[in-house]
Design a protein around this ligand. Sequence first.
Ligand code: CTP
Ligand code: CA
Length: 225
Amino acid sequence: AQEHVTCGDFSDKTVLITAGPTREALDPVRYITNHSSGKMGYAIAQAAQRAGARVILVSGPTQLATPAGVERIDVTSAQQMLETVMAHVKSCDIFIATAAVADYRASHISQNKIKKKDDELTLTFVKNPDILKEVACLPTPPFTVGFAAESQNVEHYARQKLINKKLDIIAANDISREGLGFNSDQNALHVIWADGDKRLEPQNKKHLACALLTVINDRYNNKKT
Ligand code: CTP
Ligand code: CA
């Protein structure tokens, strides 16, 4: 019951969450990906479920166990993640994009293993769809929350993403801060919306997930009224 009080009340709400990295094939044995453990997204999924939400977790490849009561759908590539998100977005009230989506995929996936040949290898990539932007720009979007992993000008870049992608909230993390983010159990977030912001200090990702949900709950209720 304590969890309900501290993370907000999400009963009667469906929360759709993307988490983990995506994996983009180059050939039958190779792929490119991003650093991402999926821990932040899974922690948010667990906290939202405990706060009463129906939670659908669209996950790239991770080493993590599915939080109890969470509906998890596994995907590999960004395109699969987009398709799965679009298939479930109409039924959701809140969309939270924590996934480290590969910005590009190979223009052509080789049917056969690429053989070692010249001293230099050039590959060509094409841009992947921006899942978060596509959701936020729907005619009747859910309440949308994005993440921004930045190594410099954190607040400036995060605010640009908030505006360009038409988000309700963006949670920025400074990846240059030691011992935070990526594979760590700790993280800090600067949560930003159109007319306000809140800094969530470095803490365990499970506690941070709860603190973030509290802000989301506040902003969601503020938007409705
Ligand atoms: N995102 C997404 N689909 C993509 C790329 C990003 O849904 N193809 C989402 C991420 O899940 C995150 C937010 O968009 O919530 C911001 O991701 P980030 O990589 O920080 O921003 P980009 O818009 O991709 O810009 P850049 O990588 O150049 O900073
Ligand atoms: Ca990116």
